[in-house]
Design a protein around this ligand. Structure first.
Ligand code: GMT
Length: 375
């Protein structure tokens, strides 16, 4: 098939899933066209069957805000026409589903109009989509799509509820590339971050308030009172400054390592003993899945989409949002019990492979594409 993919090209979960999906589809022989305003974050090497179409934004004195959505819609229509796309798969509803709808209108009368599939990732619904000013346009654009997918049942239910949508929302979970994400075969670069007698905790996110980076630091602080410990923080975002300030305030500077955005998290993740994801909201938790795939147990929040990813008491623990005391206690007891920790690490690698490996989940996308294209 010929598939156009639009996503945010930055280091967020939706862009990463879209990029990895495009790469997997290209490997399976599909022709994939990325239509984005910059080269997607993980599209960092040449691959055959992948094409990139940059979307320009026009700076004109009259435009206080460059009309990116219009140039994106026009580019979607142009690429669809020139390459006879079968599918335009947009990730993150706002504004991509709206742009795809507009592109489809531009193609009215053209014999081959691509089917539009919108994949909902989370904050497009839970935060942005439900903001009153976006509600109508988000609902309209999502329902106007030929196909809708959500990255968890939790998100599909939330979407149906918030937007009163009775159309099918197909649940297709996030996935990982098992040729890259796997437990440490050697000692990885662990000694760069911690010595043999220290435990190593890790957190990866875009440091938005929803990720509760200060809870990560609080949990780490509590753990390090009981155990010699180090923390590695990966990613960047609006709360990075707050997090640094908190680390200084608690005198943890020499035990915390900030790595910023990393294109290849798989080279660092396997070094960790435990991954922390205490998010307020998490529709799925791709970073948690990537940690599990690297054999790292996860402490996350209950009542979020993480319940579909982390198996409580098997490869991690799920606790209420903000309950850093319980999260720290769970972390300490697991880290102190080496036999149980090894068992959790094995479970993490095995169950993530069984449930979320790329060939299984990408096959689900392909089957869905077939369903939508064949009406
Ligand atoms: O909020 C983020 O962390 C980024 C956001 C995105 O859309 O870029 O991530 C969402 O999509 C990921 C990929 O599907 C999910 O794994 C994340 O759980 C989800 N984030 C939230 O729901 C907060």
């Amino acid at each position: 098939m010929k598939i156009g993919i639009t996503c945010y090209p930055v280091a967020g979960g939706s862009g990463i899933v879209a990029t990895e999906l495009g790469q997997q589809l290209a490997q399976r022989g599909h022709e994939v066209h990325f239509i984005t305003y910059a080269m997607p974050f993980r599209l960092d090497r040449f691959q055959s069957n992948i094409f990139y179409h940059g979307v320009e934004t026009t700076a004109y004195p009259l435009f206080k805000f460059p009309p990116y959505t219009l140039t994106l819609a026009a580019k979607m229509a142009e690429v669809s026409r020139n390459h006879e796309l079968d599918i335009l798969h947009v990730h993150y509803a706002i504004p991509h589903a709206t742009c795809a709808y507009l592109a489809s209108q531009l193609l009215n009368g053209h014999t081959r109009r691509p089917k539009i599939i919108t994949t909902l990732h989370g904050t497009d619904i839970t935060l942005v989509g439900s903001d009153p000013s976006f509600y109508d346009i988000a609902r309209f654009s999502i329902t106007a799509s030929d196909g809708i997918t959500a990255v968890s049942k939790y998100l599909a239910d939330e979407t149906a509820d918030v937007f009163k949508i009775d159309k099918e929302i197909r649940v297709i979970h996030n996935f990982f590339d098992e040729t890259r994400f796997s437990p440490a075969k050697t000692d990885c670069a662990r000694k760069e971050f911690a010595s043999d007698d220290e435990v190593l905790l890790m957190h990866v996110s875009n440091f938005r308030p929803v990720k509760r980076a200060l809870d990560v630091i609080d949990i780490f602080d509590k753990v390090s009172v009981q155990l010699p410990a180090r923390l590695v923080l990966i990613g960047e975002g609006p709360d990075t400054v707050l997090a640094r300030r908190q680390i200084n305030k608690r005198n943890l500077t020499d035990r915390v390592n900030f790595l910023g955005n990393q294109h290849r998290v798989e080279s660092v993740l396997p070094c960790a003993d435990l991954f922390l994801m205490p998010s307020e909201e998490e529709s799925f938790g791709l970073a948690a899945l990537e940690a599990l795939a690297c054999g790292v147990p996860v402490i996350g929040t209950s009542g979020t989409g993480l319940v579909e990813v982390v198996e409580d008491f098997k490869n991690g623990f799920l606790l209420p949002v903000g309950d850093t005391g319980s999260m720290a206690r769970a972390a300490i007891s697991l880290l102190k019990d080496k036999t149980r920790l090894t068992e959790f690490k094995t479970n993490a690698a095995e169950s993530s492979r069984k449930r979320f490996r790329a060939d299984k989940i990408v096959g689900e996308y392909e089957a869905y594409y077939e369903d939508v294209v064949n009406g």
